[in-house]
Design a protein around this ligand. Structure first.
Ligand SMILES: Cc1cc2nc3c(=O)[nH]c(=O)nc-3n(C[C@H](O)[C@H](O)[C@H](O)COP(=O)(O)OP(=O)(O)OC[C@H]3O[C@@H](n4cnc5c(N)ncnc54)[C@H](O)[C@@H]3O)c2cc1C
Length: 510
């Protein structure tokens, strides 16, 4: 401490891309920021498939805060041109394949067992898969170059907030100091970017509020070399080659993702319903079971993995118990949570990176506003908006799992997400930063869409057979027909949707 002034403006816990980017932005505006991480870069992280929304938010952040080196990461072509040393993969859109237990994958002329939804019309402008060890290292390097003080292999072990002085006193402990010596720090803001570790909620007693969440899934994942090609070329009428997408291989009640990076690594994960009984006990034993063994009932998937070698994380496959979670508030007296520290739903629809970047955008706008009153009003809004957004994503995702194993019903449920995404993309394309997003993140406050989603969710619960689900899919197609301008469910498109995203980069790179 010097005089009555706080030593630091902010301590941010977690140096993933979201914590690092926020730290850098605050630092470039004169804030004194310490970034704390219990790990050390480069390190493995899951959560790699971006979307047009994520790219638009990244482009907007780069433009608003003049982060010249960040801007190219908002689309594949510019990324490869300007930042080839950072590893990514090409993502032209989402692809879905319905596998049958015990049989090789097969399809027909109508593509009734596959669905390709393009997000971009060409490789250059397309989205990307982020190899997070490489991407996060880039972001943390940018933060350090901007003047952020990085403390790796360090944790906050105690935190006390003085409401009168509006400041935190923190105790930091690094791995080297495990003997007991702690470093005291004082700061105005404590910001949580620790993701699922939820460090700040635990420190401040921000309770869980997720019994109501509908999505109940768990996952196991890792990075592999030697995963075989599945659809390396686009067939006639396909908007893209299936391997240049976020691949969703549906396996009855769950799905397997495959995200191919340009350096030969493929991120592979399996998402299944969470079983509550004995889950934790079984998890460590489960880790020894290879993904190929888990996929043994789906011969083509098992074949894709036949020569695959696990290369990360170093400890072997990673797994989770129930993924969905949510804390009550995303901000309080002196503390703020990045969206992923407040909650998460599931990898389906790849909402995580976009949600995290939306948090960086909103927190930076609030903290850098000149007036204290506007700052607290913006943070109050953020505190309740983020959990509401998580519950909204939960509804969009849960409907898809309820629709399984019917492929048609699954597609219809996914279309609800795509309507939300397309609506929000259009908002972002016309947006110049900072002043609210109309219907909110992912159209969370679009009351018409909410009503459709709720109605769809309720009526889906009443379906007891595949025939019921098929009928439900037909009903939903009719129900959203006037909104489905992209032709997501239009039978004439034969499950090939050519281009859904708004011309995303026009707004930033004209
Ligand atoms: C299985 C799975 C699949 C996913 N797939 C996708 C996807 O395809 N697309 C997508 O958009 N999103 C996906 N997500 C979500 C995505 O992972 C998150 O949005 C993203 O990781 C959030 O980044 P972050 O920087 O906020 O936090 P993280 O990446 O979680 O980084 C948190 C950092 O905090 C550090 N930390 C943790 N605890 C402490 C502590 N006690 N003290 C100090 N530091 C600490 C960690 O070391 C880490 O560096 C997925 C999530 C899961 C679980």
């Amino acid at each position: 401490m010097t005089g009555g002034r706080c030593e630091l403006d902010a301590v941010i816990i977690g140096s993933g891309f979201s914590g690092s980017l926020l730290a850098r932005i605050l630092c470039t505006r004169g804030w004194r920021v310490v970034l704390v991480d219990r790990g050390q870069h480069p390190r493995f992280a899951v959560g790699e498939s971006t979307t047009p929304i994520a790219d638009l938010l990244l482009a907007e952040l780069a433009s608003t805060y003049q982060l010249q080196d960040v801007a190219p990461l908002a689309c594949y072509g510019k990324w490869k041109q300007h930042s080839p040393h950072i590893t990514c993969g090409l993502k032209r859109g989402f692809s879905y394949y319905q596998h049958e237990r015990g049989l090789p994958f097969s399809d027909d002329d109508q593509h009734s067992r596959s669905w390709l939804v393009a997000a971009s019309s060409e490789d250059y402008w397309s989205d990307t898969h982020w190899l997070r060890s490489s991407v996060d290292q880039f972001f943390v390097g940018g933060a350090v170059a901007a003047g952020v003080s990085l403390r790796e292999r360090t944790q906050v072990i105690a935190a006390e907030f003085c409401a009168r002085r509006q400041r935190w006193t923190l105790q930091l402990q690094s791995d080297e100091e495990k003997s007991g010596r702690c470093e005291p720090l004082q700061c105005r803001w404590l910001i949580d970017a620790s993701g699922g570790a939820e460090v700040v909620s635990r420190l401040v007693g921000n309770p869980r509020d997720d019994d109501c969440m509908l999505t109940r899934t768990q996952a196991v994942w890792g990075h592999f070399e030697g995963v075989s090609d599945f659809r390396p070329q686009a067939a006639a009428g396909d908007p893209f080659a299936g391997d240049h997408s976020a691949q969703h291989h549906l396996t009855g009640d769950g799905w397997c993702w495959m995200l191919r990076m340009d350096n030969g690594i493929t991120s592979v994960g399996l998402v299944q319903p969470a079983d509550s009984a004995g889950q934790h006990e079984r998890r460590s034993a489960d880790n020894a079971v290879s993904l190929r063994q888990r996929l043994a009932d789906w011969p083509e998937l098992s074949e894709l993995m036949r020569q695959a070698v696990l290369v990360a994380p170093p400890g072997g496959l990673q797994s989770s118990s129930r993924l969905s979670r949510c804390r009550r508030r995303a901000a309080g007296a002196g503390w703020i949570l990045l969206p992923q520290s407040c909650g998460f739903v599931d990898p389906l629809h790849s909402t995580g990176i976009a949600h995290s970047l939306s948090g960086v955008s909103r927190i930076a706008a609030a903290l850098l506003t000149e007036e204290t009153q506007s700052c607290s009003a913006m943070l109050q809004q953020y505190a309740s908006d983020v959990p509401a957004e998580i519950y909204w994503i939960d509804q969009l995702v849960a409907a898809c799992y309820s629709a399984l194993p019917s492929f048609s019903a699954f597609q219809a449920a996914c279309a609800l997400y795509f309507l939300a995404a397309i609506g929000f993309e259009q908002t972002l394309v016309g947006h110049s930063g900072g002043s609210g997003w109309g219907a909110g993140f992912l159209q969370c406050c679009d009351m018409d869409l909410r009503e459709i989603v709720q109605q769809a969710g309720r009526s889906l619960q009443e379906c007891s057979s595949s025939a019921d689900k098929l009928e439900w899919a037909g009903w939903l197609r009719q129900r959203i027909s006037t909104r489905d301008t992209a032709g997501l469910l239009d039978p004439a498109n034969r499950n090939r949707v050519a281009h859904t995203a708004a011309p995303k980069h026009a707004a930033f790179w004209s």
